[in-house]
Write a protein that binds this ligand. Structure first.
Ligand SMILES: [Zn+2]
Length: 405
């Protein structure tokens, strides 16, 4: 039963922690209110009933997992997300023992992984107020692993909150969707992304504007472009590829270069994560034990290290694929700009700084060839997502780009 709502503090601005969520006012309102209501429930006050299963949907880069983590912090914080207390800081740093953020490393979430999630969902919070389970890429739940979760989603422990993330609700099993409350994220505008980079990260406004435009609403990509000159250089190399495709050998060389650029971008992301995780593991196992106990700890630590390395390896593979997709999106943006110039559509160019080169491409090719190239890029993105060997997919793509379809 829903009791009468306590005097609302819903008119107050969202707690500080929500500032990390860019360009999603409706989502922030909904989730900040839910966190306030959850706080009331914990204090034993009357208020709306708790929603225990959420589904956050939005395109890649719209900030789904950031929104999920901020929501988790708002739930754990006594003040609904002050951003500075231990609960907030630990949650945002992914160190809170009662917040699990599960990122599938494989293309499908397995039944074993589902069982592990259910086991964690049944636990009582250790230090926090709620036991929060964030499942990224819930669209990777298949019939078996998804159905295993249904009961836990429908009747969770009283202190458990599920936060599932996916691109759209259509990508998620209907049985899961019907047991969750959906909140949608939209692609933030270039201006919103640029403003966030200037305000939160102190990026120079002109650079922020470029990064936001080049990233086409993908916040993580915009941040990487704004902060890392190497990422900007690699993007420029990718955009130079169409001009280098003279003959078949040049296509194969360019495919190799593209793969290397994506691998380097992926390493820039995963190397820091890998090192931090390994350091945390060493800290966890490295203290206190002596004698026979020390030997046992050493064996357990070796097993845990091995498991961590396997997980990191599959994350690297996945990240390389994600970065190839970013590169293909950059190329898609380039040919989209060519099409804009060819058709005289009066819209802004994504790659305005390349206007002379784009104008030359537009003048020397025809609309149908540009359309065919865009279709080839689309096809290659699907192939890479479906685990076709990346180099083969890229070689086939660049031959098509060279020939015009
Ligand atoms: Zn706090």
């Amino acid at each position: 039963m829903t009791a009468r709502t306590a005097p609302a503090d819903h008119n107050a601005p969202p707690a500080p922690v929500w500032e990390a969520v860019v360009g999603q006012p409706e989502l922030v309102t909904t989730l900040a209110h839910a966190a306030q209501d959850a706080g009331r429930i914990r204090r034993g006050e009357a208020g709306p009933a708790m929603t225990h299963a959420w589904l956050l949907t939005g395109p890649p880069g719209s900030g789904r997992s950031t929104a999920a983590r901020v929501f988790a912090a708002a739930l754990q914080c006594a003040e609904g997300g002050c951003g500075t207390c231990d609960a907030c800081r630990m949650t945002l740093a992914r160190e809170h023992p009662d917040v699990d953020q599960f990122t599938p490393e494989k293309l499908q979430i397995t039944a074993e992984e589902s069982l592990e999630l259910i086991r964690r969902a049944a636990m009582t919070p250790i230090m926090g107020r709620w036991n929060v389970l964030v499942v990224e890429d819930a669209d990777r739940l298949n019939e078996v692993s998804g159905n295993a979760l249904l009961k836990s989603l429908e009747e969770p422990s009283p202190r458990t909150v599920w936060v599932l993330c996916a691109p759209t609700s259509e990508d998620v099993l209907p049985t899961i969707v019907s047991r969750t409350r959906q909140v949608r994220l939209r692609t933030p505008s270039g201006r919103e992304v640029a403003d966030a980079l200037v305000r939160r990260e102190g990026i120079d406004p002109a650079l922020a504007a470029f990064a936001a435009r080049a990233a086409q609403g993908h916040i993580g990509r915009a941040r990487a472009l704004a902060r890392d000159e190497q990422v900007r250089l690699r993007r420029a190399e990718v955009l130079a590829i169409p001009g280098q495709l003279r003959d078949l050998p040049s296509c194969f060389v360019a495919a190799q270069n593209l793969l290397e650029a994506a691998t380097a971008d992926a390493a820039a992301i995963t190397d820091a994560l890998d090192a931090a995780e390994l350091a945390a593991l060493v800290r966890a196992y490295g203290e206190g034990a002596t004698g026979a106990m020390a030997a046992r700890v050493k064996r357990t630590a070796a097993a845990a290290t091995k498991e961590l390395e396997a997980r990191q390896k599959s994350r690297r593979t996945r990240t390389v694929r994600d970065q190839i997709d970013r590169a293909l999106l950059d190329l898609t943006g380039l040919y989209r700009d060519v099409l804009v110039l060819q058709t005289g559509a009066g819209v802004d160019l994504i790659n305005d700084e390349l206007r002379p080169a784009l104008a030359a491409m537009a003048a020397h090719t025809e609309v149908p060839a540009t359309m065919a190239r865009l279709a080839a890029l689309d096809h290659a993105r699907l192939e890479v997502a479906a685990s076709v060997a990346p180099l083969l997919a890229l070689e086939a793509l660049l031959v098509k780009l060279a020939r015009g379809g």
